[in-house]
Design a protein around this ligand. Structure first.
Ligand SMILES: [Zn+2]
Length: 432
């Protein structure tokens, strides 16, 4: 005989609908349970198995809670603005509005047929005016409060589609997901939310959250708070021009033997000498095709090119060659780093590869100055070859040298956050 699902399920679903079984009384305050899932992208006219893989367990849990007497509110919505809808409209040749509405109505029918207990009187459709007037309102409040503003930053750009792409829309080969064209990095003016104003509050709030430790740690690393010093290096050829770097190890400042700028750093074009121009341009072209994840991978061999220009180390007046390398990101910190190969593993690897000098300024306990470094020494020790700070324990030196630089006016203490230029985060954090 089998199970005549069509007859049985239609009958009961109709009955549930008529009885308003899944209607939630939001005024009831006892035993409240709010079950929220990620809203669907109606970028196709059907659900796929992955949707139900995501929604099934949540709906089952919500049903369980309801059977246990909870007043469960489980709404559903459609994240119906943006690139997925646009892509689907291009592919199917219709108007995005009409197609989106059709898709939504088919998907809603499918979810009902699954027997999911969503309260369909409470749905959210982000492409509807009554919804997006609020996103616009929120944006305006952020703007008025000075928390939304424009700045230049590199984005993924498809020259063929003439559009910005989210990281998820760039394939692992660095190609545009829509057309297969090679994606480049382009500096564009875009909107930013100043969410780092809240980074410290976010970090403090993590302590009280009932979340798995692993998840908390991920959040912490994502915010990536570090305290250090921001230092100004002057250009040798032009004293008005400054390269700003951030370091958590100012105690190693006397060991700087070169500097590295991100290939997209605005100064690169200006400082590159004519003799190095060809090599630098070539390198920029290649690195613009790499994703940030590839560029910062710890297993990837570091590459770089000399710009021909020099900076001056403010603490000892030494001239320092300026390189560009794609492991430095213009979106992280200041887009420039001072390199201390004696006391940083990555810098040591780079210096060895390109025959740059390695200078020892922190003495490993139990050794002496004359023992050359066979690898970077990254632990604390006694400061050597460090001018007036020579002889200080490096931990103490960090504070002393920070105060001295602040007093001399070429550095200041600073708190830095990961992945983001000081104080800003790009607005484009779309998901697919
Ligand atoms: Zn494209």
């Amino acid at each position: 005989m089998g199970y005549p699902f069509k007859a049985i399920e239609n009958k009961w679903q109709k009955r549930w609908h008529e009885a308003k079984l899944y209607k939630t009384d939001l005024l009831k305050t006892k035993n409240k349970c709010y079950t929220l899932v990620m809203f669907i992208y109606p970028s196709s006219d059907k659900l796929h198995l992955g949707h139900w893989f995501n929604y099934g367990p949540t709906d089952t849990w919500a049903r369980f809670r309801r059977l246990r007497g909870y007043n469960v509110f489980e709404p559903m919505g459609f994240d119906s603005f943006g690139l997925p809808a646009e892509n689907y409209a291009i592919k199917s040749g219709g108007h995005p509005h009409d197609i989106t509405e059709e898709n939504i109505s088919v998907i809603r029918q499918q979810l009902k047929a699954m027997g999911a207990m969503y309260d369909w009187d409470m749905q959210v459709i982000t492409s509807h005016k009554d919804y997006y007037k609020w996103t616009q309102w929120v944006f305006l409040q952020l703007y008025k409060a000075g928390l939304a503003y424009r700045a230049k930053a590199p984005v993924n750009w498809c020259p063929s589609c003439n559009t910005v792409l989210a990281n998820e829309q760039v394939t692992s080969d660095g190609e545009c997901e829509r057309c297969g064209h090679l994606v480049i990095k382009k500096n564009l003016t875009q909107w930013f939310f100043k969410i780092t104003d809240y980074a410290d509050r976010l970090l403090a709030g993590l302590a009280d959250l009932d979340w798995p430790e692993r998840t908390k740690l991920m959040q912490q690393n994502w915010i990536g708070r570090s305290t250090g010093v921001e230092i100004n290096f002057k250009l040798e050829s032009d004293e008005q021009e400054i390269i700003r770097v951030f370091t958590t190890r100012p105690d190693t400042l006397y060991g700087v033997t070169y500097m590295v700028l991100a290939p997209e750093h605005p100064l690169v074009e200006k400082i590159t000498t004519s003799g190095q121009k060809k090599q630098v341009d070539e390198y920029i072209k290649i690195s613009s095709r790499q994703s940030e994840i590839e560029r910062t991978s710890t297993i990837r061999e570091k590459t770089g090119v000399f710009t021909g220009a020099f900076a001056v180390n403010p603490v000892n007046g030494e001239r320092v060659p300026i390189w560009i390398a794609d492991y430095v990101l213009v979106t992280y910190g200041t887009g420039a780093v001072m390199a201390v190969p004696g006391h940083d593993e990555r810098d040591f690897e780079f210096a060895t590869k390109y025959h740059l000098p390695v200078k020892k300024v922190i003495l490993q306990p139990g050794t002496n100055e004359d023992v050359p470094l066979s690898e970077a020494y990254t632990e604390p020790g006694i400061m050597i070859n460090s001018g007036q700070f020579t002889g200080l324990p490096s931990k103490e030196g960090i504070g002393k040298i920070s105060d001295w630089m602040t007093a001399e006016g070429f550095g200041k203490r600073k708190v830095n956050y990961k992945w983001i230029p000081p104080g800003i985060l790009p607005v484009t954090f779309r998901r697919i």
